[in-house]
Design a protein around this ligand. Structure first.
Ligand SMILES: Cc1cc2nc3c(=O)[nH]c(=O)nc-3n(C[C@H](O)[C@H](O)[C@H](O)COP(=O)(O)OP(=O)(O)OC[C@H]3O[C@@H](n4cnc5c(N)ncnc54)[C@H](O)[C@@H]3O)c2cc1C
Ligand SMILES: *[C@@H]1O[C@H](CO)[C@@H](O)[C@H](O)[C@H]1NC(C)=O
Ligand SMILES: *[C@@H]1O[C@H](CO)[C@@H](O)[C@H](O)[C@H]1NC(C)=O
Ligand SMILES: *[C@@H]1O[C@H](CO)[C@@H](O)[C@H](O)[C@H]1NC(C)=O
Ligand SMILES: *[C@@H]1O[C@H](CO)[C@@H](O)[C@H](O)[C@H]1NC(C)=O
Ligand SMILES: *[C@@H]1O[C@H](CO)[C@@H](O)[C@H](O)[C@H]1NC(C)=O
Ligand SMILES: *[C@@H]1O[C@H](CO)[C@@H](O)[C@H](O)[C@H]1NC(C)=O
Length: 562
């Protein structure tokens, strides 16, 4: 990061990457930029697309060493989350509507032959960003946005599947460097009296870091694969028995758009507590830290079955998963599966009880191994802690990073697992969806056995569901606008197979960009209350994001969506 003087900031921004000339950002006076620069302790920087070093001197035929760093880390999740100008899914660095972008070929980032014939443009990467370190930074940014009309966005790791952490012609609050972490064995939320063991994490802490810390403290934290997904839900393979990420948040510290730094928990600012536990990021303020419940270390029983792709076996596997859906949810299992793998895990059963509960899957795996089916594997393993299991899992399951993709998802309710007719309807729908989108994943992550405390705003459908299904369709750097639209449509049509047989319910963080009836799908009956809370804390609408609570679909911040 180069700490430029404010005058240079303005000059370089307009010379390097040209955006629409009439936007509010470019009409801000130099004096006002200088003031902001001072207010945020000099931590105001120029945004630049991740791959820009590869284009910088291309016309001179010179390669910049910074480009090889980009090429090596192009599809690496940590490299991307450490770079302000990078997003995990690359279309959110581009302007899909105009084609302005600065991308490499993710299938072969070392090949720049065609790439360098294109221009490097800012796309949806914010023109400026503040490396947020304290509440004053956020307060100054809200004040700046109020007086200049500049579009504000909040970016943490850039994992958002719906592009909510970037916007054209904007200034960004980057919370990635808030990395503090501490274990408090006797945490008492401010203004409350009850005590629980807890961990306080800065907004920028990622799960890899949190799990390693939990391991060192002999405790269990419940979360996702890579980021602290607290605001919108946070499903994990332990959620069935231990709850969603939002169920386990005890306190947030947040700067609301009115400039107040608030400590939010079940005893004070209860409305915000409810809103932040499921209402989504980027909506109610900038969270600087969260305190989450810590549980004792758990022993985990794990069953893994896998085989080489074979549609007949896929259907048999999914039939077993669906036939046993209710029993395994009640027995405390979570997991993930796709067309050729199933991983199940439980923190509540002994070794023998686990083996007995999983008999149908273990027998299936054993049969595949005995008959020497290609790639067949069966593993029945115990892990002494979640951290040791996580290290095993991250080596086997990797989500797409560094490409552009369309995701769509659906929550599958318990009642579809209840009788043989509905079960076979479900398996057929899954198979049909998988034909259109081969990367279908069955996430057995809903909190099916975890009722919650009535203070979360995620749709209640989470607690009556057994599967969370996702599909993904990708495209490469030089896809045409029509190609991209086709992939979005394909993902939507694949999930339509499940929409046809389920009520409107989907995970706000992993939904179709074009989710129909999204307010109902993400929040169910909680939406009206969430909207009142949004209006109370952000009356001037300084924050907004795609399909977020109170979102204004006509806002210019959405100009790059297709
Ligand atoms: C590879 C991959 C794996 C995933 N695995 C899981 C999983 O296992 N479980 C799960 O539940 N989800 C998972 N997700 C989805 C994930 O929950 C969302 O992408 C989530 O929004 C990421 O949060 P982030 O803040 O790091 O991302 P960002 O893209 O930086 O931000 C997401 C949203 O939150 C807002 N925001 C960011 N920081 C703040 C802040 N400090 N205060 C207020 N608002 C903020 C942004 O404005 C934006 O609206 C996964 C996503 C990817 C790409
Ligand atoms: C590339 O260009 C930048 C500025 O445009 C310059 O600072 C840098 O030294 C150049 N790199 C190389 C390898 O020439
Ligand atoms: C897209 O780029 C790749 C190289 O990255 C090239 O092989 C391919 O021909 C290009 N496709 C189109 C349609 O231009
Ligand atoms: C908000 O901005 C105005 C105009 O620049 C400035 O006068 C005022 O001091 C700022 N207030 C805060 C709380 O930063
Ligand atoms: C900001 O927008 C409001 C409402 O559109 C307008 O009245 C005001 O003049 C704008 N302020 C600036 C500095 O552009
Ligand atoms: C992080 O921890 C350090 C050292 O304990 C402390 O000085 C700092 O204020 C903390 N930062 C935040 C944002 O909480
Ligand atoms: C964690 O448990 C191990 C093994 O029981 C023990 O050696 C270690 O001291 C414990 N660590 C903490 C921080 O309690």
């Amino acid at each position: 990061m180069v700490n430029l003087l404010p005058a240079q900031l303005v000059l370089s921004a307009s010379s390097l990457f040209v955006n629409a000339p009439s936007d509010s950002i470019s009409s801000v006076s130099l004096e006002r930029w200088k003031e902001l620069h001072r207010q945020v302790g000099g931590r105001l920087y120029l945004g630049a697309p991740f791959a820009s070093p590869c284009f910088a001197n291309a016309s001179l035929g010179v390669s910049d060493p910074a480009c090889s760093v980009v090429q090596h880390g192009y599809v690496d999740e940590l490299t991307r989350s450490n770079a302000f100008g990078a997003f995990i899914n690359t279309q959110w660095e581009t302007c899909q509507a105009t084609g302005a972008q600065c991308l490499l070929d993710y299938t072969n980032p070392s090949n720049l032959e065609h790439v360098l014939q294109t221009k490097c443009e800012l796309g949806s990467v914010s023109n400026y960003y503040i490396d947020v370190r304290d509440p004053e930074d956020v307060r100054a940014a809200f004040n700046f946005s109020k007086s200049t009309n500049a579009t504000l966005v909040i970016k943490n790791t850039g994992h958002d599947y719906m592009g909510r952490s970037s916007a054209p012609n904007s200034i960004s609050l980057w919370t990635h460097n808030l990395k503090n972490m501490s274990y408090i064995p006797t945490f008492v939320p401010e203004g409350c009296t009850d005590v629980s063991p807890a961990v306080t994490v800065g907004a920028g802490v990622q799960w890899g870091e949190a799990y390693a810390f939990a391991e060192s403290q002999n405790i269990t934290l419940v979360g996702g694969v890579c980021v602290i997904y607290l605001k919108g839900g946070g499903h994990s393979i332990l959620s069935n028995t231990m709850g969603l990420g939002v169920d386990r948040v005890l306190q947030f510290k947040i700067v609301t758009p009115d400039g107040h730094y608030r400590t939010v928990n079940k005893c004070q600012h209860r409305d915000l507590f409810f809103a932040l536990r499921g209402g989504g990021g980027g909506t109610f303020g900038v969270v600087l830290e969260s305190t989450i419940l810590a549980s004792p270390q758990v022993t985990l029983q794990v069953v893994v079955v896998s085989f080489s792709l074979n549609p007949v076996l896929t259907e048999r596997l999914w039939t077993i998963l669906v036939d046993n859906g209710i029993k395994w949810a009640n027995d405390g299992w979570g997991g993930l599966a796709n067309s050729r793998t199933a991983i199940y895990i439980t923190p509540t059963l002994s070794k023998d009880d686990a083996a007995s509960s999983m008999t149908p899957l273990i027998q299936f795996g054993q049969e595949l191994v005995d008959t020497q089916v290609e790639g067949a594997q069966l593993r029945v393993i115990a892990f002494p802690s979640f951290g040791t299991f996580f290290n095993f899992l991250v080596n086997s399951e990797v989500a797409a990073v560094g490409s552009s993709l369309a995701l769509a998802s659906r929550l599958i309710p318990r009642n579809l697992f209840a009788n043989s007719i509905s079960r076979s309807t479900l398996v057929s729908a899954l198979t049909a969806a998988n034909k259109m989108s081969p990367s279908l994943i069955i996430l057995i992550t809903p909190p099916s056995s975890f009722p919650g405390d009535g203070m979360t705003s995620v749709t209640d459908a989470w607690r009556t569901s057994i599967f969370h299904i996702t599909v993904v369709n990708q495209w490469n750097w030089n896809a045409t606008k029509a190609d991209k639209k086709r992939q979005y449509t394909l993902a939507s049509s694949a999930i339509d197979q499940l929409r046809k047989i389920t009520p409107d319910a989907a995970y706000v963080n992993e939904a179709d960009v074009y989710e129909p009836n999204h307010e109902m799908s993400f929040w169910g009956k909680h939406y009206a209350r969430l909207l009142r809370i949004k209006r109370k804390y952000d009356p001037e609408h300084l924050l907004d994001c795609w399909h977020c609570v109170g979102s204004n679909p006509k806002s210019s911040r959405f100009a790059c969506y297709l």
